[in-house]
Structures are given as structure tokens and as C-alpha cells.
Design a protein. Structure first.
Length: 501
């Protein structure tokens, strides 16, 4: 791929990107959110037409009219979410669209035999008559790979294939990738996991903001240089001013929220976390490091399968968002459009959503009280809208983010979890939200602050937990809090978190 360009309304998603894959290599494609990885893959496989540039495949000009056309020409993609038919058998999935037939119907004996032969090449001994959905995600992905190889794919693109796998399942996938590589297939490995990249990749290409940063030989690229390439700065160029030291008295305050060995298989490894009144605890790490997964466990959006969570020293037990709200824990989610706002509902309705039950009298909600509360909080946060009855989807990204904050602030939470609160909003709105964090902390609210912008985390946090590859790998306090230190902890091979016993 040479000089690839792709533009969407108002956004240059790809700008002159070069990318190449050799036979018999694993080429990792890396970059932060919005770097252009997914767009590049979609341009290659025919989901989007390219606006500029050229593609050669096996020496010939290449343009896929659709993903199906791409597959027919020898490029196959394995997605994070397995795109096969879970309700059909393993054998049917392997040969879907090209099922062996006899004159009177399907040739089931031949299909079962051929399915076992294809799977045996990957050391898989499965009941090919079982539905695919009855197997683990890892096995489903192996079946997807076997199908891709069987349709004579010469280039296999794997988009976040390990994001839902545990360590054992990931090992199995990497064994299969090694075999495919030895057969001469080219493999594109899209991932956020540094340890996995250095384990399997031959070369690494980094994109940032739709542009090519560079292509590097994995064995000669230091981890810190990779992190620097993804973030767009070197440690010596980063802001080195530490956050102000907290008063000694504050460090000894009892914890409002405390997690001990909290974790979820395939999501985030067990971690410890302590949060006191008025404290801003930052969660720092690259995209996919486990920051959001940790936040969801704290809020009860995902169920933990290990560890304990306590509020004011009392165990929470079985956790859920409903219980979290009752305990005074609020979450502003990373994806505000999908998980945060109700786009067709009014600004006012979105704001009072959490507290409307407490406003009701005999099941009837006072509109006047709705309007008063919504107007007061909208005014205090500077929400810009024609009026509070317009659909929230008509607001700018920054104002939508303020609406979600307003919703929770009306409930007066004791713990506020902010997951990427400044992503995708303008500079002015970012500054307003950061000032709000400062004010809420000063008023005694405990805050978990998550951002992909390291300078934001460093500037606002009293303490920082650093995550990499779904686990906490370090904790920074006081004078140790700086961008260069965070970057080095992210990149440090063998860095480990405080013990979770």
C-alpha cells in the first residue's frame, strides 16, 4: 500500500500512509485510538473505497470491491468478534458458502471428514457436529482461521484477536500463527498489547492521527521508543512537572472505595485500588491496557470473578450499577454516544435520568422540579443548547459530555469515575471539564480519572496506577508523578504491580 488517503466529512482519516506485508511474517499494526488502523484495514479489504494511493498484491494492482471480493482474491480478516454463524455446526461454518453436495443434497459424511482433516492441521480435535457457539471464543477464532486458510488466503488480517482471550487461549492462537507463518502466509496483527507484539511480530508499523510514524524491525525497537512513537513524544520532551504533593493528613484518610484482587477473566487481571475522599486517582496506560475494564468493574457494569470491593470499609458483595448508584458511585463511560446519552431524548430528560425516581410523588414526576434541577445544573456547567427540550444528539460533543456529568452531579455521588471525559471535544470544553474535576476534588468528591492524554492524567492526579496489557504494572505518588515516569513504567519489560494478596 502506497500513499493511501481516505477522507470523511471533516476528517482526514488517512493521509499518505505506506504499509507492506511480506510472505511468512507477522506485521503488527499499532496506534492509539483514532490513529487510522481500522480505516486502513477497511480500505484494503473493500469496506471503504480509497481516495488516494495504490495497492499491489502479489505484484499486481489490487482493488477490492467488497469484503467478499477481497476474500475471493486471497485476503481474509479475522475480527475481534468472530463473524461466523454460532448457531451452525463447526463443519458447516468451515465450508459455509461452498458446502459439499451430492445430487440429492448436502454430502454430510464428506463435509465431516474434510472438517476433521482441516482442523487436524491445527492440532484441533473437535466434535464438528457441535454448534460453533458452544465452544470458547478462542476455539471459534481457530475455526475462523482454518476457514480462511481453506479458502486459500495468502494474507490474513487479525484485528484484535486476543482481546477476549485468556493467557492459555492466547498461547494457542500464537502457536497457530507460527504455523501459518512457516507456511508462507503474511499476517497482519492489529493489537494494543505490547508484550504480545514483542512475542510474535517481525515488524511493527505505527500510525498516529492518520499518518505513518514509521515501520520498524521489532527485535531492534526498544519498548520505550515504541511507546514514544504511539504517543507522539519522547520522555525527555514530555512534561516533567509533577502534580502538587498532597497533605500528609489526606494520605491517612480512610478509603471510600477499596478493591483487593479485583479482576475479571479475559478482561483485566486482579488489581488493588484505594480511593480516599477528595483524591483524584489517575489510571494511565495505552489504549487496551485495561483502564476501561477496571472502571466497569468498580461500577458493577461487568461482574468480577475474583477479589473484593468495599465502600467505607464494608464489603459490597454482589455488585451492579444499581447498587453502585445507591452507594454513591457514578460512571461517565468512555463511549458517550453508545453508553452515555439517550440521543433522541431531550437534554433535560438526560440530565434528570438518575434522580427522577426520587423526584416522583405517588409515581408522578413533577415537570416543574425536572426543569428547575436541569436548568440549575446546566447553568452551572455552562451547557450550551437552544433550550433543554431539544434532543441531546443535536449538541456538540463537549456539551453532550457535560450533560452526562450533569446527570451524575444531580445525584451528588461520593465517587465519580471519569473514563476519557475529554476525548473528542474542543480545547475550551476540555479546560472546563478539567477545572470541574479540580473543583469537585476540592469539595471532597473522590474521582477516578482515565485519559489517553498522559499530560491530563499527570496534571490532575494525586496518585496514578499505570496499566499495561490488562494488568496494573505500577503505582506513582508524589514527586514520582510525571509523564516521563509514566511512559517508562508502561514500556518497562517485567514491570509489576503491588501484590494483590
Amino acid at each position: 500500500m502506497r500513499g493511501i488517503g481516505k477522507r470523511f466529512p471533516g476528517v482526514q482519516a488517512l493521509d499518505g500512509v505506506d504499509f507492506d506485508v511480506r510472505p511468512g511474517e507477522v506485521h503488527a499494526l499499532m496506534g492509539q485510538n483514532g490513529a487510522g488502523k481500522s480505516t486502513l484495514i477497511k480500505v484494503l479489504t473493500g469496506v471503504y473505497p480509497r481516495d488516494a494511493g495504490s495497492v499491489l498484491f502479489e505484484g499486481r494492482n489490487f482493488r477490492a470491491a467488497s469484503p467478499a471480493d477481497s476474500q475471493a482474491k486471497g485476503l481474509s480478516t479475522i475480527y475481534q468478534e468472530v463473524n461466523l454463524a454460532a448457531n451452525l455446526s463447526v463443519a458447516e461454518n468451515l465450508f459455509l458458502g461452498r458446502l459439499p453436495r451430492r445430487w440429492f443434497g448436502l454430502d454430510w459424511p464428506a463435509m465431516r471428514r474434510r472438517a476433521r482433516e482441516r482442523l487436524a492441521a491445527f492440532d484441533l480435535d473437535l466434535d464438528v457436529d457441535r454448534t460453533l457457539g458452544s465452544y470458547s471464543v478462542a476455539i471459534q477464532q481457530m475455526v475462523a482461521i482454518a476457514r480462511a486458510v481453506d479458502i486459500d488466503a495468502r494474507l490474513l488480517i487479525m484485528d484484535e484477536p486476543t482481546s477476549s482471550l485468556d493467557r492459555r487461549e492466547t498461547d494457542l492462537l500464537f502457536e497457530v500463527m507460527g504455523r501459518l507463518k512457516s507456511r508462507g502466509l503474511g499476517l497482519v496483527f492489529v493489537t494494543h498489547f505490547l508484550d504480545q507484539v514483542y512475542r510474535v511480530a517481525d515488524r511493527i508499523t505505527v500510525l498516529r492521527n492518520g499518518r505513518l510514524v514509521g515501520t520498524f524491525e521489532a527485535r531492534s525497537l526498544p519498548r520505550l521508543d515504541l511507546v514514544s512513537a504511539m504517543l507522539g513524544r519522547r520522555p525527555e520532551e514530555a512534561e516533567s512537572t509533577s502534580h502538587r504533593d498532597k497533605e500528609a493528613a489526606e494520605a491517612s484518610r480512610p478509603a471510600i472505595l477499596e478493591a483487593r484482587g479485583l479482576g475479571r477473566r479475559g478482561s483485566v487481571e486482579p488489581f488493588n485500588l484505594r480511593l480516599a475522599r477528595g483524591e483524584v486517582l489517575g489510571l494511565a496506560g495505552l489504549l487496551g491496557s485495561g483502564r476501561t475494564e477496571a472502571a466497569r468493574l468498580l461500577f458493577g457494569a461487568d461482574a468480577a470473578d475474583s477479589g473484593t470491593l468495599a465502600v467505607d470499609g464494608r464489603p459490597v458483595g454482589r455488585h451492579s450499577p444499581r447498587k453502585a448508584i445507591g452507594l454513591g458511585i457514578a460512571l461517565c463511560p468512555e463511549d458517550r454516544k453508545t453508553d452515555g446519552i439517550f440521543p433522541e431524548m431531550s437534554v433535560r430528560a438526560n440530565i434528570v435520568l438518575v434522580v427522577q425516581r426520587t423526584l416522583s410523588r405517588l409515581g408522578v414526576v413533577s415537570r416543574r422540579e425536572h426543569e428547575r434541577i436541569a436548568a440549575e445544573i446546566a447553568r452551572s456547567l455552562g451547557i450550551v443548547a437552544a433550550n433543554l427540550d431539544v434532543p441531546v444528539k443535536t449538541l456538540s460533543g463537549g456539551n453532550q459530555q457535560k450533560v452526562i456529568l450533569a446527570r451524575w452531579l444531580t445525584a451528588r455521588p461520593r465517587v465519580l469515575i471519569l473514563d476519557e471525559p475529554t476525548r473528542g471535544i474542543d480545547v475550551g470544553a476540555k479546560a472546563e471539564i478539567e477545572r470541574l474535576v479540580e473543583r469537585l476534588s476540592a469539595e471532597g468528591m473522590a474521582i477516578v480519572f482515565i485519559s489517553g492524554e498522559l499530560e491530563e492524567v499527570v496534571r490532575r492526579s494525586h496518585r496514578i496506577l499505570v496499566l499495561r496489557d490488562r494488568r496494573v504494572v505500577g503505582e506513582l505518588t508524589g514527586a514520582k508523578i510525571s509523564e516521563p515516569t509514566v511512559m517508562r513504567v508502561i514500556a518497562e519489560e517485567g514491570a509489576c504491580a503491588p501484590k494483590t494478596e
